[in-house]
Design a protein around this ligand. Structure first.
Ligand SMILES: [Zn+2]
Length: 81
């Protein structure tokens, strides 16, 4: 599982606990070995909490996803040589 897979495909469902047990394990295994994705997850959760409190909605607006994707790309760029 690559960072991009985790972030783009699975993280939102992981946070919502909507993934299958197999995928949940794969995402968790990746998170343990990847500081960038872990940081992204923390940011995602915080942002989601804020949005949820303000708007009382569970789904994250596309706009928010873009912000988080940009954050992730920045984190990944830092890791590159
Ligand atoms: Zn990663």
């Amino acid at each position: 599982m690559k960072c991009k897979d985790v972030i783009v495909e699975f993280l939102a469902d992981y946070v919502e606990r909507a993934l299958s047990p197999e995928l949940t394990r794969e995402v968790e295994a990746h998170l343990r070995s990847c500081a960038a994705c872990m940081a992204y997850l923390n940011t995602y959760r915080k942002t989601r909490d804020l949005v949820g409190r303000q708007a009382a909605q569970v789904t994250m607006p596309e706009e928010m996803k873009d912000v988080l994707r940009r954050f992730m790309l920045k984190e990944m760029a830092k890791k590159s040589p």
